[in-house]
Design a binder for this molecule. Structure first.
Ligand SMILES: O=C(O)C(=O)C[C@]1(C(=O)O)C=C[C@@H](O)C=C1
Length: 379
């Protein structure tokens, strides 16, 4: 792909910095909100949900390119005001889609990120126009666009002078009718192999049904996505568009509560819970940390068992090694503002269980050996 002069892979990956938020860094950025802005109260409630979940960016369409001319076309400027106001109330950033020069002019100074929708991915004049703005652009992959076409569309924006492009995989049209589109998760990896631009995933438009959103979101993070764009509505049953694929506020918050562990598993970070450090939110965070502690202790114990296999039964306990570990970890604890005494009291217990399990396993091995010898002797 010789023509990816600006979008092609560079030695370093690009990050997009918007008002203190980094897209494409270690942190997974959650964006959420309704498909279409419908009212002030709907947007305030959506913003509250996004914030409670730990989301950073509020979405909401005010100019809607709809498949049917008879479908709701968006509230325009009135909707834009609701979106901007709701985002401000919760200290979120906001993103909306533009469809032409007129809508771009209306939103460009109001929102933090501009979206180019799937249907406009190859609207080259529009790409050149947003390329002249200084606002970051989310560029959705076209319904039937190859990854190369998608990256070349990004190239148009970059070439016009705007370096801040975020690619968004949102499902492509296949022969499969069970979902609205087919989420192409391999596109995340391929796009990242070919380009330095951040890649986010919109599972809502891909699936078209809310029951798949949680698993697809987690899979997207595992596949390397830098962020998620997920639809949520205060009352999906009454949404004017995309109700079936919108999560309820509770589902959105629940999903966000589960994203941290997935992010951690691929060496990324997602922090659940923005405001309202309620007892419930804080306890969910503690539960997650505790789960990690126990899993790590189980990993440690397995290694200790292997070490035990290499030692003689009378050499299992190694006080020098224990003291060395305690000293090193006490220093680390002090650096991390944890009382070193915690290490000094906790670790002897951890060692004790390790030593016991090593002894147990050695005795069990001896017994197996003894009975094998006995059987041999009795033959
Ligand atoms: O390093 C070893 O020799 C181990 O068996 C591991 C370990 C530990 O838990 O870290 C366990 C028992 C020893 O007393 C010292 C350390």
């Amino acid at each position: 792909m010789n023509d990816l002069r600006l979008a092609g892979l560079k030695t370093t990956r690009s990050t997009i910095e918007v008002k203190g938020i980094t897209i494409g860094g270690k942190e997974i950025i959650l964006m959420g909100g309704p498909c279409a802005v419908e009212s002030s109260i709907q947007m305030s409630q959506s913003a509250e949900t996004v914030k409670q979940a730990g989301g950073k960016i509020l979405r909401g369409g005010v100019f809607k390119p709809r498949t049917s001319p008879y479908s709701f076309q968006g509230l325009g400027l009135e909707g834009l005001n609701y979106l901007v106001k709701a985002a401000k109330e919760q200290e979120l950033l906001c993103v909306t889609e533009v469809i032409d020069a007129a809508s771009l002019e209306l939103v460009v100074d109001e929102v933090d990120i501009i979206q180019i929708g799937a249907r406009n991915m190859q609207n080259f004049e529009l790409l050149k126009l947003v390329g002249k703005s200084k606002t970051p652009i989310i560029l959705k992959r076209g319904l039937a666009a190859t990854i190369e076409e998608w990256l070349l569309a990004a190239e148009y924006i970059l070439e016009a002078g705007n370096p801040q492009v975020i690619l968004c995989e949102r499902g492509i049209r296949t022969f499969e009718p069970s979902t609205r589109n087919t989420l192409d998760l391999s596109a995340v990896g391929v796009a990242k192999e070919l380009s330095h631009l951040p890649v986010i995933v919109d599972p809502s438009h891909a699936a078209g049904r809310r029951d798949l959103i949680a698993s697809l979101s987690k899979a997207a993070i595992a596949a390397g996505a830098d962020g998620l764009l997920i639809e949520t509505h205060p009352n999906p049953a009454e949404a004017v568009s995309d109700g079936p694929q919108s999560l309820t506020p509770e589902q959105f918050i629940q999903l966000a509560a589960e994203l941290g562990v997935v992010a951690e598993s691929v060496k990324r970070v997602f922090t659940f819970g923005g405001i309202g450090d309620t007892l419930e939110v804080l306890r969910t965070q503690i539960d997650r940390v505790d789960q990690t502690i126990i899993k790590l202790l189980a990993d440690r114990m397995q290694i200790v068992q292997k070490v035990g296999d290499q030692k003689r039964l009378d050499r299992v306990k190694d006080t020098n090694r224990q003291n060395e570990i305690i000293q090193r970890l006490s220093n680390l604890a002090a650096e991390l503002q944890l009382p070193p005494d915690l290490v000094k009291r906790l670790y002897p217990m951890i060692f004790e269980f390790g030593v016991q399990s090593q002894i147990k396993s050695k005795l069990a091995q001896d017994q197996v050996l003894e009975s094998a010898l006995y059987t041999l002797g009795s033959k």
